[in-house]
Design a protein around this ligand. Structure first.
Ligand code: NAD
Length: 467
């Protein structure tokens, strides 16, 4: 049933801000609201700590391995706290903690080494890699720990120090993670600062920062790029997505329906690389809509800490309002909800898993990033038409093609304008792969060795060859 349940105003002590449990809509704790003028001291200490941290690669490897062990050991505290402030089912929080530890371990073992320059000149040239200095890491609320580690693990492994700013919607698990990791490192090598804007904007513009690595929405990414331009700091931007899944006419609908559904609805659809649009041959459209709608109706929605919950609440009130806005607009424009379509009655930011059909192709729920538990399913006539529609937004993060003939599916995937494509799957990433969006979805490359080099600068030495 639709509801107009009022959203309570959170409260916190002076110098702090409230942290809301999205399953209740009520504040349950608070975090320090650091003032932007405190950043000078924080960045200054990160700079001082850099001198020691950059000089001993073996000690770095040992410290990052110890940090990974410590994160794993703290999983029993980190995971429930993450679920409390973020909303996701507890099992997904445990998986996020495990991924965070795995990433620390992966980067602990990566070394840039040095490379000779072989160009036939009578000079011996060698490329060496040097750390660049304090890194600012700014992350969103959908995977607070995992995305934080995607920033700090490569930056620290490269020999840089890090100032990490989590989203004000999810500061608590990150603070705990920060203290667990920092305890395995020399002082001030990793610092977590929590606070509300303009803290992030000031951090991005801070003259002591040499690399701003940001994950979040496209508009904020643009603002961060502008701020970082002031000090000409390097930028890495991992931004929004609006991934399409194209089903081909030889797809086995029942065989793929579960995987397709969860690729769209995991973490309540709040995944940058979630399937956010499905394109289906017109002949299969009714069957696909029904297969997905049936799963949407039967998925267990509830507080993430409750056993059995598969889909938690939307993370925050603004995001819930956004999801409602996109859905209401689509319904007003003639779409039909085959499942859901409304907020769930009661407290908390719950929205019914929603499958939309008869959606106008230019509806914002199709062309923009709604980032919630809503999935439009659109029929197509020819594969060319589907590819054109999939590529027809400003985003280019990921995409997938689903069918029985994998060669044919791969040929279609090859035409997608994005950074990662999957066949009969979506949003599974390797720690060892480059991660990069095209068009508005990002600038720079994260992940794998590319993520390490993104935190290093080349230093080249030329010396004459001995006679
Ligand atoms: P957001 O852009 O609103 O906020 C991201 C971070 O930036 C937060 O820490 C926020 O406090 C901070 N921030 C806000 N204004 C700022 C400013 N002017 N300067 C500097 N920092 C500022 O994003 P969100 O709503 O927290 O997260 C959802 C978005 O993140 C979606 O668009 C999603 O697609 C994207 N995302 C992308 C990836 C990726 O890898 N490409 C991964 C996860 C999420």
């Amino acid at each position: 049933m639709p509801t107009t349940h009022p959203l309570p105003a959170p409260v916190a002590r002076r110098g702090h801000f409230a942290v809301v449990d999205p399953a209740t809509g009520e504040a349950f704790d608070e975090a320090p609201d650091r003032r932007p003028d405190e950043l000078d001291a924080v960045v200054g200490r990160a700079h001082a700590a850099w001198r020691g941290w950059r000089s001993d690669p073996a000690a770095r490897t040992a410290a990052l391995r110890a940090a990974a062990d410590a994160v794993e050991a703290a999983g029993g505290d980190l995971a429930p706290l993450l679920t409390r402030e973020q909303g996701k089912p507890l099992a997904e929080s445990h998986a996020e903690v495990a991924r965070t530890a795995a990433r620390l371990r992966y980067f602990a073992e990566l070394e840039p080494g040095s490379q000779p320059i072989a160009d036939g000149r009578p000079v011996r040239g060698e490329i060496r890699w040097r750390p660049i200095g304090p890194v600012a890491a700014i992350v969103p609320w959908n995977f607070p720990l995992q995305l934080a580690s995607a920033k700090f693990a490569p930056a620290l492994a490269a020999g840089n120090t890090v100032v990490l700013k989590p989203s004000p919607h999810t500061p608590l698990a990150t603070r705990l993670l920060g203290s667990v990791v920092a305890a395995a490192l020399p002082e001030d090598v990793l610092t977590v600062v929590t606070g509300r804007e303009p803290l992030g904007a000031r951090l991005a513009a801070h003259p002591g920062i040499r690399h701003v690595t940001f994950t979040g929405s496209v508009p904020t990414g643009r603002a961060v790029a502008e701020r970082a331009a002031a000090s000409l700091a390097r930028i890495t931007l991992e931004l929004g997505g609006n991934d399409a899944a194209i089903l081909l006419d030889d797809v086995d609908v029942e065989a793929v329906a579960d995987r397709l559904f969860w690729a769209a609805f995991r973490n309540c659809g709040q995944v940058c690389m979630a399937v956010k649009r499905v394109y289906v041959p017109a002949r299969l459209h009714p069957a696909v809509v029904e297969a997905l709608a049936e799963r949407a109706r039967s998925a267990v929605v509830g507080p993430g800490l409750e056993p059995g919950t598969r889909i938690g609440p939307v993370n925050n009130a603004e995001q819930l309002a956004r999801v409602r806005r996109y859905t209401d607009r689509a319904l007003a424009d003639g779409a039909r909800a085959a499942a859901g379509g409304h907020r769930l009655d009661g407290p908390g930011y719950f929205f019914a898993p929603t499958i939309l059909t008869d959606v106008p192709a230019d509806s914002p729920v199709v062309t923009e990033e709604q980032f919630g538990p809503v999935l439009p399913v659109l029929p197509y006539g020819s594969v060319d038409e589907a590819v054109e529609a999939a590529n027809g937004t400003g985003f280019g993060l990921g995409g997938s093609v689903w069918g029985t003939d994998l060669d044919r599916a791969e040929a279609v995937a090859d035409r997608l304008e994005c950074g990662t494509a999957w066949l009969n799957h979506h949003a599974e990433l390797s720690l060892a792969q480059p991660f990069a969006g095209v068009k508005d979805s990002g600038v720079g490359v994260a992940g794998g060795p590319w993520g390490l080099y993104g935190n290093l600068q080349p230093f080249v030495v030329h010396r004459p060859r001995e006679a």
